[in-house]
Write a protein that binds this ligand. Sequence first.
Ligand code: NDP
Length: 243
Amino acid sequence: MAKYALITGGSRGIGRAICLQLARSGYAILLNYRSNEEQALVTKQVVTDAGGHCELLPFDVANKTDVQSVLGEWIEVHPEDSLDILVNNAGVRKDNLMMFMPDEEWDEVLTTNLDSFFWVTKLVLGNMLVNRFGRIINIVSLSGVKGMPGQTNYSAAKAGLIGATKALAQEVARKGVTVNAVAPGFIKTDMTEELDEKALSVMIPARRFGQPEDVAHIVNFLASAEAGYITGEVINVNGGLYT
Ligand code: NDP
């Protein structure tokens, strides 16, 4: 019987760093991604090189049928294994002023960042409750905490996820399952590649963008047994950049 951690969007960026940290903590890694197999294989190699075990499980978190068939089947054929850790990390942004935002940009961002939480978590939660142990960590954003102009869709999705985190935490606390959110500021990944780091760093007290590892370390702690009395929290990882 193996103890698994499922990381959605684990192929690149913050997700990759989380895969590595959780593997170092002894979890077998179930790595979800959408389409970038090349990068998913790089992450798998990184985990394997660190002595860990990593399985790729591609599915589109924004597609309910895909989530239920692919993840549902994995759970069905692994009755002896337990999915103890779920990191809802997969996310996209499609920035636009709301006046000019087409319906598709609203829908894609809400579905990928928020609906996915409901579909993926619902599949995994049952066994966590039966096992009386589980750690659910949702990667949100500074945008969901303070709201960002040009990101009404992304801010709404991440703020919604913060609300869901707090609500679910209270539903499942007595069963040994914790639910927390981690809210990064600017982190150096593909998602922030086109941003002007030098110009934006002026408003960050730490005067730099964060690294994926800055996020992964707190996720790793929240996933640990030692963090069992912390639930319903939103931990900011943003170099001091508040409202
Ligand atoms: P990246 O763009 O570097 O990576 C995104 C990851 O999500 C990839 O693994 C991608 O898979 C996966 N993904 C995207 N859409 C889907 C989908 N529909 N189904 C399955 N997987 C999907 O992002 P980051 O590492 O920067 O971001 C990770 C999380 O952190 C996101 O939730 C983001 O909103 C949040 N965040 C990031 C910040 C930053 O500054 N970078 C700041 C605040 C929050 P594939 O490789 O197949 O495309």
